[in-house]
Design a protein around this ligand. Structure first.
Ligand code: ADP
Ligand code: TYD
Length: 211
């Protein structure tokens, strides 16, 4: 039996997930909770190595199927080494992206691989977050925010605005499919306004969960 709370943030690149995840973690720590702030791909030493394989270098070096395997392998390690031990200790796990990102990016971006992604998930991961916060926003704004950051990890950002639009619609459809765990948050607002809603939604959930 796990006692903690497993939260994930999802949304298109540049929607403000990392910023909100960080702020939420800080807020919960000031309230005395143990928080494990983590991200995917990554979140454990082995998964961070896989992150470099999938996010750096020529975007076409992996097939969509191989990529789905690599993201799932990274997730399995992250679950074993970081997420499950934290939940067993009673911590709140705040994860920047999780399996819904694989459903979207590997499942939709290069053909229809959603069924393969779901099978891999059932076989190797078998668990969803308790609550998923989808930061929904206008793709043009998201893309310009994402491209405004400097860095070597541009894997999906380079695919451009059309992919971002399809991803946004895909995430909204996923929120309907998994309505029991998704909360859709309007990201087209100030950082503070978004953070206030995130805090309120999570506090309400924690009030229902024994510490
Ligand atoms: P993601 O993790 O979803 O890709 P980030 O949190 O890294 O997004 O945010 C992308 C960029 O947009 C960062 O430079 C961040 O400071 C900025 N940003 C995040 N949220 C907002 C907001 N509500 N309004 C304006 N800029 C924002
Ligand atoms: P991330 O670092 O969250 O990027 P951003 O801050 O720009 O949103 O994720 C890096 C990229 O990895 C992002 O373009 C989405 C992609 N990704 C997948 O394709 N599949 C996955 O399963 C995950 C977790 C991420």
């Amino acid at each position: 039996m796990t006692q903690g709370l497993f939260l994930s943030f999802e949304g298109i690149d540049g929607s403000g997930k990392s910023t909100q995840a960080r702020r939420l973690a800080e807020h919960l720590r000031t309230r005395g909770r143990e928080v494990v702030l983590t991200r995917e791909p990554g979140g454990s030493p082995g998964a961070e190595e896989i992150r470099r394989l999938v996010l750096e270098g020529d975007p076409d070096r992996w097939s969509a199927e191989t990529e789905a395997l690599l993201f799932t392998a990274a997730r399995r390690d992250h679950m074993e080494r970081t997420i499950l031990p934290a939940l067993e200790r009673g911590a709140v796990v705040v994860c920047d992206r999780f399996a819904d990102s694989t459903r979207m990016y590997q499942g939709l971006s290069r053909g229809d691989l959603r069924a393969v992604v779901d099978k891999l998930h059932a076989l190797m991961i078998g668990r969803e977050p308790d609550m998923t916060l989808l930061i929904d926003m206008d793709p043009e704004t998201g893309l310009s925010r994402a491209l405004g950051r400097q860095g070597t990890e541009e894997r999906f950002e380079t695919f451009g605005a059309d992919l971002q639009r399809r991803m946004r619609q895909g995430f909204l459809a996923l929120a309907e499919e998994y309505a029991d765990r998704f909360v859709v948050i309007d990201g087209n607002r100030t950082l503070e306004a978004v953070a206030a809603e995130v805090t309120q939604v999570v506090e309400a959930r924690l009030a229902e969960t024994p510490a």
